[in-house]
Design a protein around this ligand. Structure first.
Ligand code: ADP
Ligand code: MG
Length: 381
């Protein structure tokens, strides 16, 4: 694709950590609090297990501290988390950059709470869409603007359109530029915040219905909300610039199965009980974090639908924020530790961000070549 030349800039993947409040269920199980925030970037996790064979082991050796770009505990509001992780991506998306925010962590650690939230405590999806439309209204540049939204779920390596659930399972296709597209996906175009909110509610109902029917489904499915902002000048001109910014907001499946498998040191295996996409994501995070340290490492994005879709978010052109979630409870210690280890690795990931500026003559050339292809196909029929 012929982009208008512009320097790409290095960007490090931002990692935030959110420790959810201890729940009544945790307390009933006899859990104590083992994860604490120390300051605005640092957290400590304490191994609750006293080793009877090693009575001399000092308390200190059971504590491990981790440092992230930003850390939140039970005192943080939805607004606090949104402002520190996502709000500043909005201007970038309007300027034509890609951005991704994904919620990562075990089931029950608070991912859906952060992304979707409650009616009384809306999460990142709603806050972002509200601010995005406000920012579009406040633009000083006189550009035509369209906003497109799509919302999908990946479950068992099958893609479902949450905005058009009757459409069956969707397939991934690679376009001429090597970009991954979802064939047949519904992309609603609107510049009306209210309309987009009602689409979001409709999509969420699709997810919730399924998760109440079988709770395991929601913990094993990934939901991806994609918002594309396309702007071009009002004056028609062949060299006119088109600016396209894409924002992905992802509520991932629970990581606990992936981490258990990683614990046993096994590479990903396909199986009904294993979330292939999540393991592929863990493998990509491993490879990408090493790539930034010791030189070339092959990053296998092709192993799952999720990693194919998030390729840019992880290693390409995107400002990416990973919001890692853990429970503070001693009963969740193992999965919290595994999650923190991955989040710590993800801090090493670098992406290269570049504005997506296309010009109309490029699109015309692309359409002409598609038409030529179709014509030659007809000849052979
Ligand atoms: P996940 O999506 O990671 O499986 P959920 O977001 O569904 O987890 O959270 C599990 C439960 O904990 C839900 O009842 C949710 O409302 C509650 N919860 C999670 N995080 C918070 C938080 N920061 N404040 C209040 N309640 C929370
Ligand atoms: Mg969830």
């Amino acid at each position: 694709m012929k982009d208008v030349p512009e320097e790409s800039k290095d960007y490090h993947l931002k990692v935030a950590l959110r420790i959810r409040p201890i729940s009544d269920a945790d307390v009933e199980e006899g859990a104590t609090i083992v994860a604490h925030k120390i300051d605005h970037q640092m957290v400590v996790l304490m191994d609750p297990c006293e080793d009877p064979d090693d009575v001399l082991r000092a308390k200190r050796s059971r504590e491990k501290t981790y440092m992230f770009d930003v850390a939140f505990d039970h005192t943080a509001t939805q607004e606090d988390v949104y402002v520190a992780t996502t709000k500043n991506l909005i201007d970038a998306v309007i300027s034509g950059y890609n951005a991704t925010v994904f919620a990562y962590g075990p089931t029950g650690a608070g991912k859906t709470y952060t992304m979707l939230g409650l009616d009384s405590e809306p999460g990142i999806y709603i806050r972002t869409l509200n601010d995005l439309f406000e920012a579009i209204e406040d633009r000083t540049e006189d550009l035509d603007c369209s906003v497109y939204m799509s919302y999908i779920e990946i479950y068992n390596e099958m893609i479902r359109d949450l905005l058009n659930p009757c459409s069956g399972y969707l397939e991934l296709r690679e376009d001429a530029k090597g970009e991954i597209r979802i064939a047949g996906i519904t992309e609603f175009s609107t510049c009306n915040a209210k309309e987009i909110m009602s689409l979001l509610t409709k999509g969420n109902k699709q997810r919730t219905q399924e998760s109440t029917a079988a709770n395991k489904t929601s913990s094993r499915s990934h939901a991806i909300l994609q918002v594309t902002v396309k702007q071009k000048s009002r004056v028609k001109d062949i060299n006119e610039e088109v600016r396209v910014g894409k924002l992905f907001m992802v509520d991932l499946a629970g990581t606990e199965r992936a981490s258990q498998t990683q614990n046993r040191g096994k590479r990903m295996k396909e199986g009904a009980h294993i979330n292939r996409s999540l393991l592929a994501l863990a493998n990509c995070i491993n490879a990408l974090s090493e790539k930034c340290g010791k030189g070339a490492q092959f990053v296998n994005y092709r192993d799952s639908k999720l990693t194919r879709l998030l390729k840019d978010a992880l290693g390409g052109n995107s400002r990416t924020v990973m919001i890692t979630h853990i429970s503070p409870a001693s009963t969740n210690f193992e999965e919290s530790r595994n999650t923190l280890v991955y989040a710590d690795k993800a801090k090493n990931i670098r992406t290269k961000v570049k504005r997506n500026l296309l010009n109309v003559s490029y699109h015309l050339a692309q359409y002409t070549s598609i038409i030529a292809d179709l014509r030659s196909e007809i000849k052979w029929l």
